[in-house]
Every structure is written in C-alpha cells, then in structure tokens.
Ligand binder design. Structure first.
Ligand SMILES: NC(=O)c1ccc[n+]([C@@H]2O[C@H](COP(=O)([O-])OP(=O)(O)OC[C@H]3O[C@@H](n4cnc5c(N)ncnc54)[C@H](O)[C@@H]3O)[C@@H](O)[C@H]2O)c1
Length: 350
C-alpha cells in the first residue's frame, strides 16, 4: 500500500447524515486521513462530534477555517448553506466536498463551481449512490460488455419508509422527492446509461401532509438512443419495503441485468444467466436497512481522498454534478409544462 502524508479533514454540519461521514473518516484513518476539526452552529452537536471522533470543535465555520490547518473540507450541512460555506472554503483555498443536493437551484450550483474554479480550488459533490458496492458491481458487469449495448432501463427508488422521522424538514421543502432522492437515481441513470438528450416527468403529491411532490415518474432519452424510466417516491406502500435500495433493470443487445430487493443481481448473457449477491458488508457502525447508504458514504469518502491526493477530479466533481443537477431542473420544468425538456448545459467562460 502506498504511504501518504496525513490529509487533514475538517467537517461542517454535525447533523443527522453527517454521523455517517464522521464514522467514514474514522475508518479512513487507516489511510492517513485525520479528522482534525468539526463545526456545527449547534454547540451540543459540535461538542458531541468533536469528543466522539477526537477532533477540535467549533460553532463558527469562519473561525474553524482561520484557526485550523485543513487540507480537505467536508460540507455536510443542508443545501441552503452550501454556497456561503463553499465560498469561504474557496477564499481559504481549501479543497472541498459538498453534500448533495449541491444547492437549491441551478444558478447557485453554477455559482459554486465558477467560484471554486476562479480560486483554483478542488471541488467535489458527495453523490454517494453510485459508490454503493452493489451499484459498482452493476457498472462493472455493464462495462464488461456481458449484456451488449444497453438500450433500455428502469431505475427505481420506491419506499414508504418514514423519511420525515429522521429529517422532519423534508415535509416543508418546496421541492422534495426529485431534489432529495430523485437526484441520486438520475445520477445513476446518466452514469449507467449515458448522458441524457431530453426527459419528461410527471409528479404527484400523494401524501397531503407534506408541502411538495413525493412521487416522480420520469422517462429519459439518452444520447445513445437508449430509453430509461427513472422512479422516485416516498409514498410506496409495499411489504417488503425496499428502503434504501435502488432497484435496477437494464436490457441490452445481448442480455440483461436485474437487481432485486436484498441486493441480488441476475445477469443474463447470450441466453445464460447467473445470480449474484451484490450487497456490501455490514461495517462496525452500519446497520440494516441504512447500511446500503452508509457503506456508500465510506466508499465515496475514500474515492474523494484518493482523487484529491492524486490531484485529479473526483468522478462526481462539481462540474460533473452540474450534469446531474441539470436533470433535476429539467424534471421540475417538465412536470409543469408536461413537455419533454432538454437538460441545461454548462461550459466554462472563455
Ligand atoms: N447522500 C445521502 O444518502 C443523504 C442522506 C440523508 C441526507 N443527505 C444530505 O445531507 C445533508 C444534511 O442533511 P441532514 O438531514 O443531516 O441535516 P441536519 O439538519 O440534520 O444537519 C445539518 C447540520 O448542519 C448545521 N449547520 C447548518 N448551517 C451551518 C453553518 N453555517 N455552520 C455550521 N453548522 C451548520 C445544523 O446546525 C445541523 O446540525 C443534506 O444536504 C441532505 O440532503 C444525504
């Protein structure tokens, strides 16, 4: 194994989901990542995280960035604060990872990317679904050519799991299921099936007690000519519930890949099929059913660490994530217009 000088990690936002990041950085100590400082506006959360994970704790991000030597900053707050915190990191020339959703809207995402570029700061988005062990395996089979050219897919995240319990703010968001979880499924769709030429979307608010859409059904036409159906809902009443697994069906010119609940995959290639369990391991700090999402955080952070150290963009760099965010915007636009929408494109200013 290659020895690395220690990478000093700072983290802002010690809330619900950040606990997974904190544990993941703890595991990555074995790869010389050292969590040196954590910050939360809530002093109780900041102190709890600092004590538990052996880091200095702060309640003010500016103070932390001014007083601690940090190589890589993990911003795990909610999207409304990302632009200001990313600007602060860029000012200090600190590389950063920003949790998804990158920002509440396209213009803010672009502003974060352009500001980081102007400062020459490394920027990545913590888009973790594609780093799950199961999804990596699907991609490897696809890339092996076993099913030929993929030309149809259904990628679906359907659950009735009470997401509002751990994240009560979700019930009051102006844009819900597409921005919160559809964004992951759309990212998987473009990663597995290629960039999207246009898409259409219908949304529903099936739970009357929440503010925004809780169900989205999308049809994507990919640049290759392939078509995929992308589904996201928090209102599926099914037993067993699939939370938090993403189910995938991909058909190609020579076969198919079908991922069913329990992270099982059946691959058909040239008329023969084989079955595989593609779930990731339970880690000391993960538990079912969240482990699928949790172990993906460890792999995402490990990827970020390796990419940052190598001086190369992460797979899910800020620029890459604009392509995923463009699909989110296109879906919301289509849900209003009921027409097919071409995703926006970003290119650097000359
Ligand atoms: N990738 C996934 O699978 C996944 C799953 C759940 C949540 N998330 C994402 O994680 C992010 C956080 O969600 P959450 O549910 O943990 O939210 P949360 O509200 O529980 O935690 C956010 C924390 O950030 C702190 N904070 C906010 N602004 C701050 C600032 N300027 N300085 C310091 N601290 C600040 C808050 O006090 C809070 O403790 C969201 O973007 C959410 O979409 C991702």
């Amino acid at each position: 194994m290659v020895e690395h000088r220690t990478t000093r990690i700072g983290l802002i936002g010690c809330g619900f989901y950040a606990q997974n990041h904190l544990h993941a950085w703890g595991d990555l100590k074995s790869q010389n990542a050292e969590l040196v400082a954590v910050c939360d506006q809530d002093p109780i959360k900041a102190e709890a995280a600092g004590r538990r994970f052996g880091a200095a704790w702060f309640t003010d991000a500016a103070t932390m960035l001014e007083s601690m030597p940090i190589d890589l900053l993990d911003i795990t707050t909610r999207m409304g604060s990302h632009r200001a915190l990313a600007a602060m990191a860029a000012e200090h020339k600190i590389a950063m990872i920003v949790q998804k959703p990158f920002a509440p809207n396209w213009d803010e995402c672009v502003a974060i990317v352009e500001n980081a570029r102007a400062h020459g700061t490394w920027l990545a988005v913590h888009e973790n679904f594609r780093f799950a062990t199961s999804m990596r395996r699907v991609k490897a089979v696809l890339d092996s050519g076993a099913i030929g050219d993929p030309n149809w897919a259904r990628i679906s995240f359907r659950t009735g799991f009470d997401v509002y319990l751990g994240q009560p703010y979700l019930a009051q968001e102006d844009r819900l299921v597409i921005l919160d979880v559809g964004i992951h499924v759309l990212d998987l769709a473009r990663w597995l099936m290629g960039e999207v030429a246009h898409l259409s979307c219908e949304t529903q608010r099936r739970n009357p007690n929440i503010k925004a859409e809780d169900t989205a059904t999308m049809i994507l036409k990919h640049e290759t000519g392939a078509v995929s159906i992308v589904e996201a809902t928090y209102e599926a009443r099914r037993i067993p519930d699939q939370f938090p697994e993403t189910l995938v069906e991909i058909e190609g010119t020579k076969g198919s890949i079908i991922v069913t609940r329990g992270e099982k995959m059946v691959v058909t290639t040239q008329g023969l099929s084989f079955e595989e369990n593609i779930g990731g391991p339970l880690l000391s700090w993960t538990s079912r059913p969240w482990h699928v999402s949790q172990e993906a955080v460890l792999h995402t952070n490990a990827h970020m660490l390796t990419s940052f150290r190598a001086g190369r963009d992460a797979e899910t760099s800020g620029v890459d994530n604009l392509k995923t965010f463009a699909l989110v915007e296109a879906a919301y636009e289509s849900a209003v217009s009921h027409a097919s929408v071409k995703p926006k494109k970003w290119s650097p200013k000359a």
